[in-house]
Design a protein around this ligand. Sequence first.
Ligand code: ZN
Length: 97
Amino acid sequence: MDDPTPMDIDPLPAPPVTYEIVEEGSKRRCKKLIDSTGYSYTFKEKTKTTDYWQCSIRPKENPCRATVKEKDGSFIPGRITPTTTSQSLEPSLQQRL
Ligand SMILES: [Zn+2]
């Protein structure tokens, strides 16, 4: 009988976050990026090779600095991600800094 206990199973790495561009209305500039963990980003700027997105949670004070870049059709999370800033806790971010 094979009866593996959960303790014996190696923890799986977190599944990679996937991203999806959502067009809002007919205006191209209003496109949004949604990731598979539920965070959303707004289009920030574009260079020759790379598009930059930034977290859509941007209060006047202490805006979230999570970013994603898009290059050759792939999305690459920036150094600061929603996981590091923890969007649901963003109001308390200031206390931690
Ligand atoms: Zn954020």
